[in-house]
Design a protein around this ligand. Structure first.
Ligand SMILES: NC(=O)c1ccc[n+]([C@@H]2O[C@H](COP(=O)([O-])OP(=O)(O)OC[C@H]3O[C@@H](n4cnc5c(N)ncnc54)[C@H](OP(=O)(O)O)[C@@H]3O)[C@@H](O)[C@H]2O)c1
Length: 481
């Protein structure tokens, strides 16, 4: 058949249905260009493997995008995942997500713990719970994939604690979390290779400098000309500077066994990917933007990585053997080590300023929040006390009302008799203030007399506890109230 076709082409030329060769060539060239562009834009695939069975991995941002793809791959390799999520573990969507992740990875050891990275108190609560555990918990890896960004043109947002949101989620929460977890990380036995993986973004190259005032106030100096892109880039630069400083902090620790530090920080630039943040950024968070995104989706597909491909460098950082040896604080991009594009990432003076000012900011915010919480607690207690008292008053009034009803019935009977005798038919008014309310409640709360004679009502139903009769005879040994 092919031979016949080739012979006919040779002798009679191309059949009429065959497309124009030039057009075919152009189509083939275009297709090849698309395939090559897609292949190039998708980046490199991680080829490193490591047995993850039994390794405990703490992970932020594991519910979406690059973090979700990383979580799936680590779970497939047997890691025990603790996802630090904004929602509580009882959230139905989260329950479904964790179940799905367990089913897809065939790994049951996936859990969720609530840590809202927009809330320093939430971070502290989780981290202190973790380090308070005795004996110290196993911890092999911390993957910090969570991040947030405000789309271009968006308004500056502050957290309930008054810190700028991008700065808080992308940097300060991680600073706080790693700061508190530091003893747990340093206490890991020497044979355990600990890694702290910090995804970053090449936008850090264009970030403004980390001047102290901006940091201490959580970016409040920016109030006038705050720009989302600049805030995101600055938070990423701060995270890189801190990551390098954190490695030095770990290295400076003298282990009781005198062995070298076994925990290493690895920075990762995953590349641009089609994730929720990226979509929000491209669409500017608007419906028109979303429509345009859908219309031109082909270009997003062509030039941006899938979350799975973006996760390859993170997986490389988690599993490549070479990163467990030598110095920490290396930057990984496309599954290989690259240099940082800014000198101030390694600047100790910048790192010191950042560390100290972040510490001060956290201390100030936590103090303010502690005072607020104490006040709110007091208010709550006061409200509860008032409600309790109001309920008591209501109860007393009800009882008084009941007695008044009974008495007035009796009185009306008497009055009728008296009136009948004296000829005065006006009833006497009952005054409840004559009766002590406690007396009434105590009396009326006492169980009916027939309880002791073993009749229908249980005294337990009244909140009383049985007691043996003091010095009671054996005959009357029945329990007494
Ligand atoms: N996508 C890119 O093109 C790109 C490029 C360079 C670098 N990166 C970096 O790669 C990492 C992952 O990015 P991504 O695009 O995959 O992110 P993403 O899909 O937008 O996911 C963000 C994650 O962060 C979590 N998160 C946000 N705010 C939180 C909060 N207050 N408390 C707790 N969790 C919170 C989200 O949880 P919910 O599910 O509850 O929202 C979600 O799991 C980030 O560090 C990012 O900077 C991404």
């Amino acid at each position: 058949m092919p031979l016949q076709f080739l012979a006919s082409v040779y002798f009679d030329g191309l059949p009429p249905w065959f497309p124009d060769p030039m057009r075919l060539l152009r189509a083939m060239t275009t297709l090849t260009a698309v395939v090559l562009t897609k292949w190039y834009a998708s980046g490199r695939v991680n080829l490193s493997e490591r047995n993850m069975h039994g390794r405990v991995v703490l992970m932020t941002g594991g519910t979406s995008g690059i973090g979700a793809a990383t979580a799936l791959e680590l779970a497939r390799r047997g890691a025990q995942l603790v996802l630090l999520t904004r929602q509580p573990p009882s959230d139905p969507f989260l329950v479904e997500y964790v179940d799905d992740l367990r089913a897809r990875s065939g790994n049951r050891m996936i859990y969720a713990e609530q840590v809202d990275l927009a809330d320093l108190y939430s971070v502290r609560q989780f981290a202190t719970r973790w380090i308070d555990n005795a004996p110290p918990r196993r911890l092999d890896m911390v993957v910090l994939c969570a991040s947030t960004l405000v789309p271009p043109g968006g308004e500056r947002v502050e957290t309930a604690e008054g810190v700028e949101l991008t700065w808080m989620v992308n940097f300060l929460a991680n600073f706080h979390l790693l700061g508190i977890l530091s003893p747990a990380i340093r206490a890991q036995p020497f044979d355990r290779e600990v890694r702290i993986i910090v995804p970053t973004c090449s936008s850090y190259i264009a970030s403004p400098k980390l001047d102290e005032e901006a940091v201490v106030t959580g970016g409040r100096d920016d109030l006038e000309d705050w720009v989302p892109g600049r805030a995101y880039a600055r938070s990423k630069l701060a995270m890189m500077v801190f990551a390098k400083a954190y490695q030095k902090h770990l290295d400076a620790y003298k282990r009781p066994d005198e062995l070298p530090m076994n925990a290493r920080v690895v920075l990762v630039d995953p590349g641009l990917a089609r994730t929720v943040s990226m979509r929000r950024w491209l669409t500017r968070g608007s419906l028109w933007g979303l429509l345009l995104y859908l219309v031109f989706y082909f270009f997003a597909w062509l030039f941006l990585k899938s979350p799975h491909m973006a996760a390859q460098s993170v997986l490389y950082a988690a599993m490549d053997g070479s990163l467990g040896r030598g110095a920490g604080g290396r930057l990984i991009k496309e599954c290989m080590e690259v240099d940082c594009a800014r000198k101030d990432v390694d600047d100790e003076e910048v790192a010191k300023k950042l560390w100290e000012s972040s510490d001060r900011l956290i201390e100030r915010v936590e103090k303010e929040q502690a005072v607020k919480r104490a006040r709110a607690k007091k208010e709550q207690e006061k409200k509860e006390q008032e409600a309790k008292e109001a309920a008591q008053v209501q109860e007393i009034e009800a009882l008084v009302g009941a007695i008044k009803k009974g008495k007035s019935k009796e009185a009306s009977k008497k009055n009728t008799k008296k009136a009948e005798f004296t000829g005065n038919t006006q009833p006497e008014l009952f005054n409840p203030s004559h009766c002590h309310p406690v007396f009434f409640t105590a009396k009326l709360r006492r169980p009916p007399f027939n309880v002791l004679s073993g009749a229908q009502l249980s005294p337990v139903a009244y909140g009383y506890v049985y007691q043996d009769a003091p010095g009671g005879s054996k005959k009357s040994a029945g329990p007494r109230l």
